[in-house]
Structures are given as structure tokens and as C-alpha cells.
Design a protein around this ligand. Structure first.
Ligand code: ZN
Ligand code: ZN
Ligand code: ZN
Length: 275
């Protein structure tokens, strides 16, 4: 399974145009891996996780086409994860020379409400809805998708992390979330992950309820290890960084490396093989 990180930032991106913190100033001056667009993850070439506001910029910069995408998993309705306009741009008038496959979209009720309020139309966007709640499961082409409750956007109650399985490997996409509730830990028993992509939004900042700092990220990994969900062979990747939580790429990478975790950057590709 091939994972392509189209964006690795939280909602404001790095550098935020409206911020002069040290991380944003450094990113403006140095560019490269210090610049992070809002998060999306492309799996192989046919499944996308989240469809945020930077989709155009990410794909243009990386030379990536999304014309083969047949499945979209949306984690929650926050602006950095679901931008309805990007579904509208799939409509025929915007791609006269191109036929697109129908795209199955898995998402919770608050995402669908946002889509309806935006005036979006399923037929024009070429999408088929799969409404899902935390705890749901669905076959999507070669994939099996299970959702678990994220500790995130708790006022809505439908933010999800996804366990994605094909015939070879199993991957957990855990963004956005805080430390899991006990019910979720029970659901993870018996799961064996070849890779885990987990948020580390608030990095050096104090522990939070709905996002992970480095300490919380470590506690999540330890608990996953203790229930046998991950092993030393599991590929561990951190993503979804806030300018207010992390420092320049090299410093963030160094602290994550000490934890045995890869620091994602925009354009990073990870080939996940069976452990
Ligand atoms: Zn987010
Ligand atoms: Zn900043
Ligand atoms: Zn969020």
C-alpha cells in the first residue's frame, strides 16, 4: 500500500498567512519541508482520506492527478479536512475531456450536513454516499474500511479514525484525535497494524483533550503496543502539525525519531508492506 502525504498541517497551514510566530517566520524564510499544507492522504492512486482546502495546490506542486480516485474517506467536518468546493470541481463542466469514475464517499452526518448546506449535488459531483458513524464497517473495492470514534470535535460526536485493510496490509489513520476512550481501546483488541499514521498536532504544547502532543502520542503508541496492535515492525508516522505546536521540520523530526516515529512532510511517500 502506497501512502502519499499531500499535506501535513493542521487547519491554518504552516506558515499561516496571519501569524508571525517563530515557526511561521522560519517556514517563510526557509521553505522546503518547513512549509506544510492542510492535510490529505492519498492511498495508492484510488483512495483519498480527507479533501481539504489545499488539494489543488498539493496536487499541482507534486504533479499528482486524482482522476483514478474511486473512494474518499472523510474524517470529520473541520475546514482542513472537508472542503465541499473540491467535490463540486469534479463536475463535468470543469473537466470536459476527462471521464471520472464514480467516487464512493464515506463520511459522518456532520460532513453530509455541510455538503447539503453548501448546495452540493451528488449526481453533479459524481459521488455515491456511504453515511457512516463511528464503529461502522464497509467494503470499498479492494479495501475494507472500519471506523473508530476519534476523541475530536466532540460537540458533533461523529469524528472518525479509519482502519484500512487490503489483502496485504492494515493501516490506521488516526487524525484528528485526542487520546482514545476506553470503548475504542476495546475495539482495537485483535487488530494488527502494519502502519499507523497519527496526528501530533500540538507537539511541544501542554496535553489537550482533542489533539495529541508528543507525550500523548507516546502514550497512544505504548498502549497500542501493549494490546498487540503495533510491534517494532509497524511503520509509525506522525502528521497534522500546528504551527503553534511544532518547531522547524528538523527539530520536530529529531524528537519524533527518538520515539521511533517518522515525521511526515508534504510529498512524502511511504510504501507499507506486510510486517
Ligand atoms: Zn485538522
Ligand atoms: Zn504561526
Ligand atoms: Zn479537526
Amino acid at each position: 500500500m502506497k501512502l502519499t502525504f499531500l499535506g501535513t498541517a493542521a487547519a491554518e497551514g504552516i506558515p499561516s498567512p496571519f501569524c508571525n510566530c517563530a515557526t511561521c517566520r522560519h517556514a517563510r524564510e526557509t521553505g522546503g519541508r518547513n512549509v506544510r499544507k492542510r492535510q490529505s492522504l492519498l492511498v495508492n492512486d484510488d483512495l483519498l482520506i480527507d479533501i481539504g482546502p489545499d488539494l489543488f495546490a498539493s496536487c499541482a506542486q507534486l504533479g499528482i492527478s486524482l482522476t483514478e480516485v474511486r473512494h474518499l474517506l472523510v474524517t470529520h467536518s473541520h475546514l482542513d479536512h472537508f472542503n465541499p468546493d473540491n467535490l463540486v470541481l469534479r463536475a463535468k463542466p470543469f473537466r470536459l475531456e476527462t471521464e471520472l469514475p464514480e467516487m464512493t464517499v464515506v463520511a459522518g452526518p456532520s460532513v453530509w450536513m455541510k455538503w447539503e448546506l453548501s448546495g452540493g449535488r451528488d449526481a453533479e459531483a459524481g459521488i455515491v454516499r456511504v453515511p457512516m458513524l463511528p464503529g461502522g464497517e464497509r467494503e470499498l473495492g479492494p479495501y475494507t474500511v472500519r471506523s473508530i470514534a476519534a476523541t475530536h470535535q466532540l460537540r458533533m460526536g461523529d469524528a472518525m479514525n479509519y482502519i484500512l485493510h487490503d489483502s496485504h496490509v492494515t493501516v490506521l489513520h488516526a487524525s484528528d484525535t485526542g487520546y482514545y476512550e476506553e470503548e475504542v481501546w476495546r475495539q482495537l483488541e485483535g487488530v494488527h497494524l502494519d502502519a499507523i499514521v497519527m496526528e501530533s498536532t500540538i507537539g511541544w504544547r501542554a496535553s489537550g483533550k482533542e489533539h495529541l502532543n508528543f507525550g500523548d502520542l507516546g502514550r497512544m503508541m505504548e498502549r497500542l503496543q501493549s494490546i498487540g496492535a503495533i510491534s517494532d515492525r509497524t511503520v509509525k508516522i506522525a502528521t497534522h502539525f500546528s504551527h503553534q505546536g511544532v518547531k522547524p521540520y528538523e527539530e520536530t523530526k529529531a524528537i519524533l525519531e527518538q520515539m521511533g516515529i517518522v515525521c511526515a512532510y508534504d510529498g512524502m511517500i511511504s510504501e507499507v508492506v506486510s510486517g
